[in-house]
Design a protein around this ligand. Structure first.
Ligand code: FE2
Ligand code: FE2
Length: 241
């Protein structure tokens, strides 16, 4: 990466959503006030430039690709992976995206007239749906699936669950996934496929790339649940009845 003495915070942020997150964490303005070299900003804020730089490098290097075969891994491991990766992602990113959205919506509607109409409402619906959805999986469904698996592995009968068959909470979760999917479709429509206008600032750019990434992450998340975890859990229950 070019020297932090010359490269501005805004230049770094414009090319990397991972860098935007690091700047947000440190409270570094990467948008309108970001036209300054990173080293200068760190000096003013009392940060060690090398520490910030190494966080940036680590974040921008990205996470290793997923390699595990979830069609055969233990169900408890898959549930842990979903919570640790995708639920953690949503808990971290939903508030960050909403903060960018609030700023962009206010400034761009004021400066350029009506734009992104309806996006704050759809995003709020998506966020509140997901924030009430995840605990149901974490507290009810995933522990039940893990308990079935543990009982079976140790040769005990499957424990009785208050919801009867596991198909009941699964149907509820699938219906909630459809609601989330409809919100994602609306977000794509409102943003014209995450289009970035020529006059957009870095926060606008980060908002669109954040929404784009949210959609991809949520699609993978729902795929792991609807297409792998839930059918395997249902089959597992049927096989041990
Ligand atoms: Fe989930
Ligand atoms: Fe889910």
């Amino acid at each position: 990466m070019p020297s932090t003495d010359t490269l501005t915070v805004r230049d770094i942020a414009a090319n990397s959503l991972a860098a935007v997150r690091v700047f947000e964490k440190f409270g570094i303005d990467y948008c309108c006030g970001g036209k300054r070299p990173l080293a200068d900003v760190c000096r003013d804020k009392g940060y060690d430039t090398e520490s910030v730089q190494s966080e940036l490098d680590a974040a921008m290097a990205g996470a290793p690709p997923e390699e595990r075969d979830w069609s055969t891994a233990p169900l408890a491991d898959l549930a842990d992976h979903i919570v640790g990766t995708h639920h953690a992602y949503l808990r971290r990113e939903l508030p960050a995206i909403e903060a960018r959205l609030a700023k962009v919506f206010r400034v761009y509607n004021m400066r350029y007239g009506p734009c992104l109409t309806g996006l704050p409402e759809v995003f709020r619906t998506l966020r509140s749906e997901l924030e009430s959805h995840m605990p149901k999986e974490e507290i009810v469904l995933f522990p039940a699936i893990a308990a079935y698996e543990a009982a079976s592995n140790s040769g005990r009968p499957l424990p009785r669950m208050p919801f009867g068959t596991v198909a009941n909470p699964i149907h509820m979760m699938e219906a909630e996934h459809e609601t989330a999917g409809r919100c994602l479709t609306q977000i794509r429509e409102i943003t014209n496929n995450f289009e970035v206008p020529s006059y957009a600032c870095v926060t606008y750019r980060a908002l669109m790339s954040g929404l784009d990434e949210l959609e991809r992450d949520l699609h993978m998340h729902i795929h792991l649940e609807n297409n792998i975890l839930f059918p395997r859990a249902a089959k597992f229950e049927a096989a041990h009845k």
